[in-house]
Design a protein around this ligand. Sequence first.
Ligand code: HEM
Length: 414
Amino acid sequence: MNLYFLMAALFVGMAVLVAVDTSLTSFQILPWFNGLRWLRIHVITLGAMTEVLFGLLPIAVAIRMRKPRPAFHWGTWLTLNLGLLTLLIGIPIVNQALILSGGTLILFATILLILQLQSMRSMGGHKSAEVKHESGGRKFYVMGLSYFLVGIIIGTGLWLGWSEWLRIQIPIEVHIHANNWGFMSLVFAGLLVDYYAVWAKRPLAWPGSITPIFWMMTLGALGLVLGPWVKSNWFSVPGVTLHLIATIWLLLNVIKPLLGDRAAWSKPGIWHLLTAYIWILAPVLVAPLIIFGVAGFPGAGIEQNAPQALIYGWVFQFGYAIIPFFFRRAFLPDQEAQLGGSWYSLVLVNLGGVFLWASIFFTEYQALLHGTAFTLWTLSIIPIAISLWRIVREGLIRLEKPRLPARLDAAASD
Ligand code: HEM
Protein backbone atom coordinates (compact mmCIF):
# COMPACT_ATOMS: atom_id res chain seq x y z
CA MET A 1 0.00 0.00 0.00
CA ASN A 2 1.27 3.47 -0.82
CA LEU A 3 0.94 5.89 2.13
CA TYR A 4 1.56 8.90 -0.10
CA PHE A 5 -1.51 7.97 -2.14
CA LEU A 6 -3.61 7.63 1.00
CA MET A 7 -2.61 11.17 1.99
CA ALA A 8 -3.32 12.38 -1.57
CA ALA A 9 -6.86 10.94 -1.33
CA LEU A 10 -7.37 12.93 1.90
CA PHE A 11 -6.17 16.13 0.22
CA VAL A 12 -8.40 15.57 -2.85
CA GLY A 13 -11.33 15.37 -0.40
CA MET A 14 -10.10 18.60 1.17
CA ALA A 15 -9.79 20.21 -2.29
CA VAL A 16 -13.54 19.63 -2.78
CA LEU A 17 -14.31 21.43 0.49
CA VAL A 18 -12.01 24.37 -0.31
CA ALA A 19 -13.47 24.74 -3.84
CA VAL A 20 -17.03 24.77 -2.38
CA ASP A 21 -15.89 27.37 0.13
CA THR A 22 -14.33 29.57 -2.57
CA SER A 23 -17.48 29.35 -4.64
CA LEU A 24 -19.74 30.28 -1.68
CA THR A 25 -17.36 33.10 -0.76
CA SER A 26 -17.54 34.52 -4.31
CA PHE A 27 -21.37 34.43 -4.15
CA GLN A 28 -20.98 36.24 -0.78
CA ILE A 29 -22.83 33.44 1.02
CA LEU A 30 -19.82 32.77 3.27
CA PRO A 31 -17.27 35.34 4.53
CA TRP A 32 -13.70 35.33 3.16
CA PHE A 33 -11.24 33.87 5.64
CA ASN A 34 -7.52 34.50 5.89
CA GLY A 35 -5.66 31.71 4.18
CA LEU A 36 -8.39 30.67 1.72
CA ARG A 37 -6.35 32.11 -1.14
CA TRP A 38 -3.31 29.99 -0.19
CA LEU A 39 -5.30 26.87 0.61
CA ARG A 40 -7.34 26.65 -2.59
CA ILE A 41 -4.13 26.42 -4.66
CA HIS A 42 -1.91 24.44 -2.30
CA VAL A 43 -4.29 21.66 -1.26
CA ILE A 44 -4.03 20.74 -4.95
CA THR A 45 -0.40 21.51 -5.77
CA LEU A 46 1.18 20.34 -2.52
CA GLY A 47 -1.59 18.21 -0.99
CA ALA A 48 -2.78 16.15 -3.94
CA MET A 49 -0.13 16.40 -6.67
CA THR A 50 3.12 16.53 -4.67
CA GLU A 51 1.97 13.60 -2.50
CA VAL A 52 1.16 11.52 -5.58
CA LEU A 53 4.44 12.45 -7.30
CA PHE A 54 6.56 11.64 -4.22
CA GLY A 55 4.89 8.23 -3.98
CA LEU A 56 5.08 7.59 -7.68
CA LEU A 57 8.43 8.80 -9.05
CA PRO A 58 10.78 6.22 -7.47
CA ILE A 59 8.43 3.43 -8.54
CA ALA A 60 8.02 4.87 -12.06
CA VAL A 61 11.81 5.00 -12.50
CA ALA A 62 12.29 1.47 -11.08
CA ILE A 63 9.66 0.03 -13.46
CA ARG A 64 11.23 1.71 -16.51
CA MET A 65 14.73 0.57 -15.47
CA ARG A 66 13.46 -2.99 -14.81
CA LYS A 67 14.63 -2.78 -11.20
CA PRO A 68 12.91 -4.22 -8.12
CA ARG A 69 10.29 -1.99 -6.47
CA PRO A 70 12.25 0.49 -4.24
CA ALA A 71 11.84 0.29 -0.47
CA PHE A 72 9.50 2.81 1.16
CA HIS A 73 11.52 5.73 2.59
CA TRP A 74 9.85 6.65 5.88
CA GLY A 75 12.14 9.65 6.42
CA THR A 76 10.99 11.29 3.18
CA TRP A 77 7.31 10.56 3.88
CA LEU A 78 7.47 11.91 7.43
CA THR A 79 9.36 15.11 6.56
CA LEU A 80 7.03 15.87 3.63
CA ASN A 81 3.84 15.31 5.59
CA LEU A 82 5.02 17.04 8.78
CA GLY A 83 6.06 19.99 6.60
CA LEU A 84 2.71 20.07 4.81
CA LEU A 85 0.68 19.97 8.01
CA THR A 86 2.88 22.67 9.57
CA LEU A 87 2.33 24.94 6.53
CA LEU A 88 -1.42 24.25 6.56
CA ILE A 89 -1.51 25.75 10.04
CA GLY A 90 1.29 28.32 9.69
CA ILE A 91 0.38 30.07 6.40
CA PRO A 92 -3.27 30.98 7.11
CA ILE A 93 -2.30 32.54 10.46
CA VAL A 94 0.97 33.92 9.00
CA ASN A 95 3.14 32.49 11.78
CA GLN A 96 6.76 32.92 10.71
CA ALA A 97 8.22 30.10 12.86
CA LEU A 98 5.68 27.59 11.50
CA ILE A 99 6.18 28.76 7.90
CA LEU A 100 9.96 28.42 8.24
CA SER A 101 9.68 24.95 9.82
CA GLY A 102 7.12 23.72 7.25
CA GLY A 103 9.09 25.01 4.27
CA THR A 104 12.36 23.57 5.62
CA LEU A 105 10.84 20.13 6.18
CA ILE A 106 9.43 20.02 2.63
CA LEU A 107 12.81 21.19 1.32
CA PHE A 108 14.54 18.28 3.10
CA ALA A 109 11.95 15.80 1.84
CA THR A 110 12.57 16.99 -1.72
CA ILE A 111 16.35 16.71 -1.35
CA LEU A 112 15.92 13.15 -0.04
CA LEU A 113 13.74 12.25 -3.05
CA ILE A 114 16.24 13.77 -5.51
CA LEU A 115 19.06 11.78 -3.88
CA GLN A 116 16.98 8.59 -4.10
CA LEU A 117 16.24 9.15 -7.81
CA GLN A 118 19.89 10.00 -8.50
CA SER A 119 21.10 6.87 -6.70
CA MET A 120 18.81 4.72 -8.87
CA ARG A 121 20.92 5.57 -11.92
CA SER A 122 23.79 3.50 -10.57
CA MET A 123 21.68 0.74 -9.02
CA GLY A 124 23.10 -2.75 -9.86
CA GLY A 125 23.63 -4.16 -13.36
CA HIS A 126 26.33 -3.67 -15.95
CA LYS A 127 26.72 -0.23 -17.45
CA SER A 128 25.93 -1.23 -21.01
CA ALA A 129 22.80 -3.11 -19.91
CA GLU A 130 21.87 -0.05 -17.84
CA VAL A 131 21.67 2.19 -20.90
CA LYS A 132 19.08 -0.10 -22.48
CA HIS A 133 16.68 0.23 -19.59
CA GLU A 134 17.11 3.89 -18.63
CA SER A 135 13.90 5.69 -17.67
CA GLY A 136 13.53 8.52 -20.19
CA GLY A 137 11.54 10.45 -17.59
CA ARG A 138 14.14 10.33 -14.77
CA LYS A 139 16.10 13.41 -15.87
CA PHE A 140 12.80 15.34 -16.16
CA TYR A 141 11.87 14.31 -12.59
CA VAL A 142 15.26 15.27 -11.11
CA MET A 143 15.33 18.64 -12.91
CA GLY A 144 11.66 19.32 -12.03
CA LEU A 145 12.33 18.59 -8.36
CA SER A 146 15.39 20.87 -8.47
CA TYR A 147 13.14 23.71 -9.64
CA PHE A 148 10.76 22.75 -6.83
CA LEU A 149 13.63 23.46 -4.38
CA VAL A 150 13.82 27.01 -5.77
CA GLY A 151 10.00 27.31 -5.57
CA ILE A 152 10.01 26.14 -1.94
CA ILE A 153 12.76 28.56 -0.88
CA ILE A 154 11.05 31.55 -2.53
CA GLY A 155 7.57 30.45 -1.31
CA THR A 156 8.78 30.01 2.27
CA GLY A 157 10.55 33.37 2.14
CA LEU A 158 7.51 35.26 0.80
CA TRP A 159 6.43 36.24 4.30
CA LEU A 160 9.86 36.13 5.90
CA GLY A 161 11.42 39.01 3.95
CA TRP A 162 13.90 36.84 2.03
CA SER A 163 13.02 38.43 -1.30
CA GLU A 164 14.69 41.71 -0.36
CA TRP A 165 17.81 39.90 0.75
CA LEU A 166 17.82 37.84 -2.48
CA ARG A 167 17.06 41.02 -4.49
CA ILE A 168 14.04 39.45 -6.16
CA GLN A 169 11.95 42.06 -7.98
CA ILE A 170 8.63 40.14 -8.32
CA PRO A 171 8.89 37.28 -5.79
CA ILE A 172 5.41 35.76 -6.20
CA GLU A 173 5.98 35.38 -9.95
CA VAL A 174 9.36 33.74 -9.39
CA HIS A 175 7.64 31.29 -6.98
CA ILE A 176 4.81 30.49 -9.41
CA HIS A 177 7.16 30.16 -12.40
CA ALA A 178 9.65 27.88 -10.61
CA ASN A 179 6.82 25.60 -9.49
CA ASN A 180 4.71 25.58 -12.64
CA TRP A 181 7.14 25.98 -15.52
CA GLY A 182 9.93 24.21 -13.66
CA PHE A 183 8.55 21.59 -11.27
CA MET A 184 5.14 20.58 -12.67
CA SER A 185 5.92 21.06 -16.40
CA LEU A 186 9.06 18.95 -16.28
CA VAL A 187 7.62 16.20 -14.10
CA PHE A 188 4.45 15.94 -16.24
CA ALA A 189 6.61 15.78 -19.37
CA GLY A 190 8.64 12.98 -17.76
CA LEU A 191 5.47 11.05 -16.99
CA LEU A 192 4.30 11.42 -20.59
CA VAL A 193 7.69 10.14 -21.77
CA ASP A 194 7.63 7.14 -19.41
CA TYR A 195 3.93 6.22 -19.55
CA TYR A 196 2.59 7.28 -22.95
CA ALA A 197 3.20 3.81 -24.37
CA VAL A 198 1.15 2.30 -21.51
CA TRP A 199 -1.70 4.82 -21.80
CA ALA A 200 -1.92 5.01 -25.58
CA LYS A 201 -0.54 1.54 -26.40
CA ARG A 202 1.93 2.97 -28.93
CA PRO A 203 5.22 4.91 -28.80
CA LEU A 204 5.61 8.68 -28.98
CA ALA A 205 5.90 10.08 -32.50
CA TRP A 206 9.59 11.10 -32.35
CA PRO A 207 11.45 9.45 -29.43
CA GLY A 208 14.64 11.23 -30.55
CA SER A 209 13.06 14.60 -29.75
CA ILE A 210 12.89 13.91 -26.00
CA THR A 211 16.39 15.15 -25.15
CA PRO A 212 16.03 18.49 -27.02
CA ILE A 213 12.58 18.93 -25.44
CA PHE A 214 14.14 18.34 -22.01
CA TRP A 215 16.83 21.00 -22.53
CA MET A 216 14.43 23.51 -24.05
CA MET A 217 12.03 23.12 -21.10
CA THR A 218 14.88 23.34 -18.60
CA LEU A 219 16.35 26.51 -20.14
CA GLY A 220 12.87 27.93 -20.79
CA ALA A 221 12.01 27.53 -17.10
CA LEU A 222 15.33 29.17 -16.15
CA GLY A 223 14.48 32.21 -18.29
CA LEU A 224 10.99 32.33 -16.77
CA VAL A 225 12.45 32.25 -13.23
CA LEU A 226 15.20 34.82 -13.92
CA GLY A 227 12.81 37.18 -15.81
CA PRO A 228 10.72 38.27 -12.79
CA TRP A 229 13.75 37.83 -10.50
CA VAL A 230 15.65 40.69 -12.18
CA LYS A 231 12.53 42.15 -13.85
CA SER A 232 13.88 41.83 -17.37
CA ASN A 233 12.18 40.67 -20.54
CA TRP A 234 15.63 39.68 -21.84
CA PHE A 235 15.11 36.50 -19.78
CA SER A 236 11.29 36.16 -19.84
CA VAL A 237 10.81 36.40 -23.60
CA PRO A 238 13.40 33.75 -24.65
CA GLY A 239 12.23 31.66 -21.66
CA VAL A 240 8.58 31.66 -22.65
CA THR A 241 9.49 31.05 -26.32
CA LEU A 242 11.68 28.03 -25.54
CA HIS A 243 9.15 26.57 -23.12
CA LEU A 244 6.27 27.08 -25.53
CA ILE A 245 8.08 25.40 -28.44
CA ALA A 246 9.09 22.47 -26.20
CA THR A 247 5.54 22.03 -24.87
CA ILE A 248 4.00 22.12 -28.36
CA TRP A 249 6.64 19.66 -29.63
CA LEU A 250 5.84 17.31 -26.72
CA LEU A 251 2.10 17.56 -27.39
CA LEU A 252 2.62 16.82 -31.09
CA ASN A 253 4.59 13.74 -30.01
CA VAL A 254 1.50 12.64 -28.11
CA ILE A 255 -1.17 13.63 -30.66
CA LYS A 256 0.40 12.50 -33.96
CA PRO A 257 0.35 8.72 -33.25
CA LEU A 258 -3.35 8.97 -32.31
CA LEU A 259 -4.46 10.76 -35.50
CA GLY A 260 -6.93 8.71 -37.53
CA ASP A 261 -7.55 6.23 -34.69
CA ARG A 262 -11.12 6.91 -33.56
CA ALA A 263 -11.01 4.33 -30.76
CA ALA A 264 -8.08 6.14 -29.13
CA TRP A 265 -10.11 9.36 -28.92
CA SER A 266 -13.14 7.63 -27.40
CA LYS A 267 -11.57 7.66 -23.91
CA PRO A 268 -11.95 10.79 -21.74
CA GLY A 269 -8.61 10.16 -19.95
CA ILE A 270 -6.49 11.04 -22.97
CA TRP A 271 -8.67 14.14 -23.59
CA HIS A 272 -8.07 15.23 -19.99
CA LEU A 273 -4.29 14.97 -20.50
CA LEU A 274 -4.43 17.07 -23.66
CA THR A 275 -7.10 19.68 -22.85
CA ALA A 276 -5.25 20.36 -19.58
CA TYR A 277 -2.56 22.04 -21.70
CA ILE A 278 -5.05 24.65 -23.00
CA TRP A 279 -4.84 26.25 -19.54
CA ILE A 280 -1.07 26.50 -19.49
CA LEU A 281 -0.95 27.76 -23.09
CA ALA A 282 -3.66 30.42 -22.50
CA PRO A 283 -1.55 32.65 -20.21
CA VAL A 284 1.46 32.17 -22.51
CA LEU A 285 -0.50 33.36 -25.53
CA VAL A 286 -1.62 36.54 -23.79
CA ALA A 287 1.79 37.07 -22.11
CA PRO A 288 3.11 39.35 -24.92
CA LEU A 289 0.11 41.68 -24.42
CA ILE A 290 0.95 41.92 -20.69
CA ILE A 291 4.72 42.18 -21.18
CA PHE A 292 4.33 45.06 -23.65
CA GLY A 293 1.53 46.67 -21.56
CA VAL A 294 -1.08 46.89 -24.36
CA ALA A 295 -3.59 49.61 -23.38
CA GLY A 296 -7.02 48.40 -22.21
CA PHE A 297 -5.84 44.81 -21.73
CA PRO A 298 -6.58 43.60 -18.16
CA GLY A 299 -2.98 42.57 -17.34
CA ALA A 300 -3.41 42.99 -13.58
CA GLY A 301 -6.62 40.90 -13.56
CA ILE A 302 -4.87 38.14 -15.48
CA GLU A 303 -1.87 38.12 -13.14
CA GLN A 304 -4.24 37.88 -10.16
CA ASN A 305 -6.66 35.25 -11.49
CA ALA A 306 -4.91 33.21 -14.18
CA PRO A 307 -2.97 31.13 -11.58
CA GLN A 308 -6.26 29.61 -10.42
CA ALA A 309 -7.22 28.51 -13.94
CA LEU A 310 -3.70 27.21 -14.38
CA ILE A 311 -3.86 25.08 -11.23
CA TYR A 312 -7.43 23.77 -11.59
CA GLY A 313 -7.44 23.59 -15.39
CA TRP A 314 -3.94 22.24 -16.00
CA VAL A 315 -2.32 20.78 -12.85
CA PHE A 316 -5.45 19.25 -11.34
CA GLN A 317 -6.99 18.20 -14.65
CA PHE A 318 -3.78 16.32 -15.52
CA GLY A 319 -4.24 14.73 -12.09
CA TYR A 320 -7.86 13.70 -12.90
CA ALA A 321 -6.36 11.39 -15.54
CA ILE A 322 -3.19 10.16 -13.86
CA ILE A 323 -4.14 9.93 -10.16
CA PRO A 324 -6.88 7.25 -10.59
CA PHE A 325 -4.56 5.34 -12.96
CA PHE A 326 -1.72 5.14 -10.43
CA PHE A 327 -4.15 4.52 -7.54
CA ARG A 328 -5.53 1.45 -9.36
CA ARG A 329 -2.02 0.18 -10.01
CA ALA A 330 -1.08 0.62 -6.36
CA PHE A 331 -4.24 -0.56 -4.59
CA LEU A 332 -5.76 -3.01 -7.10
CA PRO A 333 -2.71 -4.42 -8.90
CA ASP A 334 -4.61 -7.40 -10.35
CA GLN A 335 -7.04 -5.16 -12.30
CA GLU A 336 -6.19 -3.42 -15.56
CA ALA A 337 -5.58 0.28 -14.81
CA GLN A 338 -6.87 3.00 -17.15
CA LEU A 339 -6.55 6.77 -17.12
CA GLY A 340 -9.19 8.40 -14.90
CA GLY A 341 -11.90 10.98 -15.59
CA SER A 342 -15.18 10.93 -17.49
CA TRP A 343 -16.92 13.03 -20.15
CA TYR A 344 -18.72 14.74 -17.27
CA SER A 345 -15.48 15.76 -15.48
CA LEU A 346 -13.93 16.74 -18.83
CA VAL A 347 -16.72 19.16 -19.74
CA LEU A 348 -17.05 20.65 -16.25
CA VAL A 349 -13.38 21.22 -15.51
CA ASN A 350 -12.84 22.97 -18.86
CA LEU A 351 -16.03 25.02 -18.55
CA GLY A 352 -14.72 26.11 -15.13
CA GLY A 353 -11.60 27.46 -16.87
CA VAL A 354 -13.75 29.34 -19.42
CA PHE A 355 -15.80 30.97 -16.65
CA LEU A 356 -12.67 31.90 -14.67
CA TRP A 357 -11.14 33.62 -17.71
CA ALA A 358 -14.50 35.29 -18.48
CA SER A 359 -14.46 36.72 -14.93
CA ILE A 360 -11.21 38.54 -15.80
CA PHE A 361 -12.68 40.28 -18.87
CA PHE A 362 -16.32 40.93 -17.75
CA THR A 363 -15.54 42.76 -14.53
CA GLU A 364 -19.14 43.84 -13.88
CA TYR A 365 -20.13 40.13 -13.47
CA GLN A 366 -16.84 39.13 -11.85
CA ALA A 367 -18.17 37.64 -8.59
CA LEU A 368 -20.89 35.65 -10.37
CA LEU A 369 -18.53 34.26 -13.02
CA HIS A 370 -15.80 33.52 -10.46
CA GLY A 371 -18.26 31.72 -8.17
CA THR A 372 -19.63 29.72 -11.12
CA ALA A 373 -16.10 28.67 -12.11
CA PHE A 374 -15.47 27.26 -8.63
CA THR A 375 -18.91 25.58 -8.56
CA LEU A 376 -18.10 23.85 -11.87
CA TRP A 377 -14.67 22.80 -10.59
CA THR A 378 -16.23 21.45 -7.38
CA LEU A 379 -18.74 19.40 -9.40
CA SER A 380 -15.95 18.08 -11.60
CA ILE A 381 -13.77 16.96 -8.65
CA ILE A 382 -16.52 15.15 -6.71
CA PRO A 383 -16.69 12.02 -8.94
CA ILE A 384 -12.88 11.85 -9.05
CA ALA A 385 -12.68 12.08 -5.24
CA ILE A 386 -15.38 9.38 -4.89
CA SER A 387 -13.61 7.07 -7.36
CA LEU A 388 -10.31 7.50 -5.49
CA TRP A 389 -11.95 6.65 -2.17
CA ARG A 390 -13.60 3.58 -3.72
CA ILE A 391 -10.23 2.35 -5.00
CA VAL A 392 -8.57 2.99 -1.62
CA ARG A 393 -11.42 1.29 0.26
CA GLU A 394 -11.36 -1.76 -2.01
CA GLY A 395 -7.58 -2.00 -1.65
CA LEU A 396 -7.74 -1.67 2.14
CA ILE A 397 -10.53 -4.28 2.42
CA ARG A 398 -8.32 -6.68 0.46
CA LEU A 399 -5.45 -5.98 2.83
CA GLU A 400 -7.64 -6.56 5.86
CA LYS A 401 -9.14 -9.84 4.58
CA PRO A 402 -7.78 -12.61 6.82
CA ARG A 403 -5.47 -14.76 4.75
CA LEU A 404 -5.96 -18.53 4.86
CA PRO A 405 -2.90 -20.44 6.02
CA ALA A 406 -0.95 -21.75 3.02
CA ARG A 407 -2.16 -25.36 3.56
CA LEU A 408 -5.84 -24.37 3.58
CA ASP A 409 -5.22 -22.02 0.63
CA ALA A 410 -3.93 -24.95 -1.42
CA ALA A 411 -6.85 -27.16 -0.31
CA ALA A 412 -9.37 -24.48 -1.25
CA SER A 413 -7.95 -24.20 -4.74
CA ASP A 414 -7.98 -27.99 -5.29
C1 HEM B 1 6.77 24.47 0.33
C2 HEM B 1 6.11 24.75 -0.74
C3 HEM B 1 5.35 26.03 -0.99
C4 HEM B 1 5.26 27.17 -0.21
C5 HEM B 1 5.92 27.46 1.12
C6 HEM B 1 4.40 28.10 -0.92
C7 HEM B 1 4.06 29.38 -0.48
C8 HEM B 1 3.26 30.26 -1.16
C9 HEM B 1 2.86 31.56 -0.67
C10 HEM B 1 3.26 32.14 0.67
C11 HEM B 1 2.09 32.14 -1.62
C12 HEM B 1 1.46 33.54 -1.56
C13 HEM B 1 0.00 33.40 -1.20
C14 HEM B 1 -0.75 34.72 -1.28
O1 HEM B 1 -0.41 35.58 -2.10
O2 HEM B 1 -1.73 34.85 -0.54
C15 HEM B 1 1.99 31.23 -2.72
C16 HEM B 1 1.27 31.45 -3.88
C17 HEM B 1 1.20 30.58 -4.92
N1 HEM B 1 1.81 29.35 -5.02
FE1 HEM B 1 2.90 28.43 -3.57
N2 HEM B 1 4.00 27.52 -2.10
C18 HEM B 1 4.56 26.27 -2.18
C19 HEM B 1 4.41 25.36 -3.21
C20 HEM B 1 3.75 25.60 -4.40
C21 HEM B 1 3.63 24.68 -5.49
C22 HEM B 1 4.18 23.25 -5.52
C23 HEM B 1 2.93 25.32 -6.49
C24 HEM B 1 2.54 24.86 -7.87
C25 HEM B 1 2.93 23.86 -8.51
C26 HEM B 1 2.60 26.63 -6.01
C27 HEM B 1 1.90 27.56 -6.72
C28 HEM B 1 1.48 28.79 -6.22
C29 HEM B 1 0.59 29.69 -6.94
C30 HEM B 1 -0.01 29.45 -8.32
C31 HEM B 1 0.41 30.82 -6.12
C32 HEM B 1 -0.43 32.06 -6.43
C33 HEM B 1 -1.76 31.88 -5.74
C34 HEM B 1 -2.78 32.92 -6.10
O3 HEM B 1 -2.45 33.89 -6.78
O4 HEM B 1 -3.95 32.77 -5.66
N3 HEM B 1 3.11 26.78 -4.74
N4 HEM B 1 2.71 30.09 -2.41
